[in-house]
Design a protein around this ligand. Structure first.
Ligand code: HEC
Ligand code: HEC
Length: 216
């Protein structure tokens, strides 16, 4: 084997390893670093231990064993309340990277093993009920706000990737929802897991040969 071929083989092998290892990356997330993220991103301003007084639910309530997608749903839910309170006090919306989000979720005890297996049919129903298609399209059917939801594969890879993307997106979405009169969607239980499971499936099967050109 020439060195070049060998290097290519190693790289391909490493690529396969990274892909195969991807789902467990969340498990490598570090709860201790997550505690630091919780402090650095202002969470501690509003979520304090039960023994103290704070404006948000006590730490023990938001930090407890729960599904990772369930937690992603809860993070999504509280964007309007948090954005409103931060704006009132003159604070900026804290940006959170994908790896910080993974650590933060580990600290809050979100665990993918606690999520039920996604029910794709229920996920599709959730997509419709939560009004996502009032703004976005799915395979070019629906609203006109970018992105088309079948085009964001990376966002659906894990609960933390999803939560990180949504952390960035939801404040603008909440603002737009109130300006166009769409109710800001909220999620409970397995709803978020089902929705993201359905979107992951939709994104994995590219639009092809369904007859006719895309609408736009
Ligand atoms: C300015 C105050 C404030 C800050 C800062 C804040 N929160 Fe909250 N949080 C709230 C309030 C108020 C609620 C309850 C109302 C709600 O859920 O919409 C809440 C609720 C929650 C919930 C439960 C939501 C649900 O639906 O069960 C979670 C989880 C949460 N916060 C996590 C966080 C994390 C993580 C951070 C830091 C990145 C953070 N919060 C920062 C005020 C805040
Ligand atoms: C009121 C309109 C509105 C609704 C309803 C809405 N979105 Fe969005 N969405 C937006 C806007 C605006 C952006 C672009 C935000 C930005 O650029 O920060 C966006 C961005 C996104 C993105 C891209 C995030 C990224 O990685 O850049 C995804 C994925 C997404 N929305 C999913 C959803 C899902 C799932 C629902 C339903 C639960 C939904 N949206 C409902 C307005 C909406």
């Amino acid at each position: 084997m020439s060195p070049r071929v060998w290097l290519a083989a190693v790289l391909i092998g490493a690529g396969a390893w990274v892909l195969a290892g991807a789902p467990s990356r969340a498990a490598a997330a570090d709860a201790e670093s997550g505690a630091a993220v919780f402090a650095a991103k202002q969470c501690v301003r509003c979520h304090v231990p039960r023994s103290e007084q704070g404006p948000g639910p006590v730490l023990e309530e938001i930090r407890r064993p729960q599904g990772a997608m369930e937690l992603a749903g809860r993070l999504w839910n509280h964007v309007p309340a948090m954005a409103g309170m931060l704006a009132q006090r003159g604070f900026q919306w804290p940006s959170i990277s994908a790896s910080e989000m993974a650590d933060l979720m580990a600290y809050l005890q979100g665990d993918a093993l606690r999520d039920a297996r996604p029910d794709l049919y229920k996920g599709q129903v959730t997509l419709l009920r939560k009004n996502c298609l009032k703004c976005h399209s799915l395979r070019r059917e629906g609203g006109r706000v970018e992105p088309d939801l079948a085009e964001r594969r990376g966002d659906y890879e894990s609960a933390s990737a999803w939560a990180a993307a949504m952390w960035t997106h939801t404040p603008r979405m909440a603002a737009m929802a109130s300006s166009v009169g769409v109710a800001y969607p909220r999620f409970t239980g397995d709803e978020m897991g089902n929705l993201v499971g359905f979107l992951r499936e939709a994104a994995a099967a590219p639009l092809r040969g369904t007859g006719g050109a895309p609408k736009r």
